[in-house]
Write a protein of this length. Structure first.
Length: 392
């Protein structure tokens, strides 16, 4: 149950981060954002998102992905590796459809592609897995440090003085296409989404996202090797220590990162940006682990409260995809057209409302069916045999 609860909380947290993107806040002209009546509250929400949400819940989900693979391997032995690869190929297909036709902010493609490396990591011992975790999570900082040194040595223009962030720096024709997603029809949404898809993957490379995700995959596999996942009660001391580290060091590092990137842009490389990158490298995984440990420790004491997220977690793929369907319909021109028409605070109202509805809907669905619709498709295509959905 603990893994289902964690998965449900992670999906809800990912939505809190994604709503900023769903409604175009990453592109909105500053003067338009300043015109919202909620502007002062929006600023607080945005900063809170950077400190408490950004990067934390996809890190939890990445950790759970590694745990899932580790448990499959522990239960099924080497034979489970072939099945795991089939699952990844199906996930790759689902992710491609989601990213190209619905919403380019998809994470499933990235998970599927990186997941193919997990059988290689499964051959490593526990100590090697821990070293790989640290090395992977440190990679973005090391690469950024190299970029700062090179940028300085080649005599490039010095980084701009600290200043509040400006609007998006995009070619006018691209910006117009993306802006049309909120006012046009299906064709405008599709074209804008394809441009967004290209930009999204450029950003994944520029922000060195791959080792961040893979590092949490490997950490998840390590927790299974150590027996932590299957026997939480025997590791309560370790969980409490990681909870404390997350809420102190992790939270502090995230606060530093948010302040650093408020004043210094990520690019061009700069010493201020390096502070932000290093703080994120420490803060994102530590606070994510702190959240996960807090939930794992609290679950036996408040099972009715945290248990509400278990059905959401059991249908995590379905609920994640439904976030895109609902939010795209609300945001884009072929739907309600809320793109650039609501600020950060209202996007969180939307996110909380969606999660509040998914909790009872997921529970209701699972009373009659064994799997969520997307989970059933995933399993059916993986195993290639008839698979009953309705509970007997």
């Amino acid at each position: 149950m603990a893994l289902d609860v964690l998965r449900g909380v992670a999906v809800a947290g990912i939505l809190l981060a994604n709503t900023f993107v769903f409604f175009g806040l990453f592109l909105i002209p500053p003067e338009r954002a300043a015109a919202f009546s909620t502007h002062s509250v929006d600023r607080v929400v945005e900063f809170t998102e950077h400190v408490l949400v950004e990067g934390k819940f996809y890190s939890i989900f990445s950790l759970l992905f590694g745990i899932g693979f580790g448990l499959q391997l522990a239960r099924g032995g080497p034979a489970s590796v072939a099945r795991f690869r089939r699952r990844l190929r199906v996930l790759l297909l689902i992710g491609a459809v989601h990213a190209l036709l619905i919403w380019a902010g998809d994470i499933l493609l990235l998970y599927a592609l990186l997941g193919f490396s997990m059988p290689w990591f499964a051959k490593k011992d526990a100590r090697s897995l821990l070293r790989w975790t640290v090395g992977l999570l440190a990679t973005p900082t090391l690469l950024y440090l190299v970029a700062v040194i090179v940028w300085t040595l080649v005599g490039a223009a010095p980084a701009p003085a600290p200043t509040a962030p400006a609007g998006p720096d995009l070619p006018p024709e691209v910006f117009e296409r993306l802006a049309a997603m909120g006012t046009g029809g299906f064709a405008d949404a599709l074209i804008g989404n394809l441009l967004f898809f290209v930009g999204r993957w450029m950003d994944l490379f520029a922000s060195v996202r791959f080792p961040k995700v893979l590092g949490m995959f490997v950490l998840g596999l390590w927790t299974v090797r150590q027996g932590i996942t299957t026997d939480l009660q025997s590791h309560l001391g370790l969980l409490r220590r990681w909870r404390a580290a997350g809420w102190t060091i992790g939270l502090g590092a995230n606060l530093i990162a948010a302040l650093a990137f408020h004043w210094w842009p990520y690019l061009p490389p700069s010493p201020g940006g390096l502070v932000g990158v290093f703080a994120q490298a420490v803060g994102f995984p530590l606070l994510a682990i702190g959240y996960a440990c807090t939930i794992a420790i609290a679950l036996p004491h408040v099972p009715r409260v945290l248990g509400l997220f278990a059905p959401v977690g059991r249908m995590a793929l379905t609920n994640y995809l439904m976030h895109s369907v609902v939010c795209v319909t609300l945001a884009y021109g072929f739907g309600l057209g809320w793109w650039w028409r609501i600020g950060a605070a209202m996007t969180w109202v939307v996110a909380v409302t969606i999660v509040a509805l998914q909790i009872p809907l997921s529970r209701w669905w699972l009373q009659s069916f064994q799997y969520g619709p997307a989970e059933w498709i995933w399993r059916r295509l993986t195993y290639g045999v008839p698979l009953p959905m309705r509970r007997r």
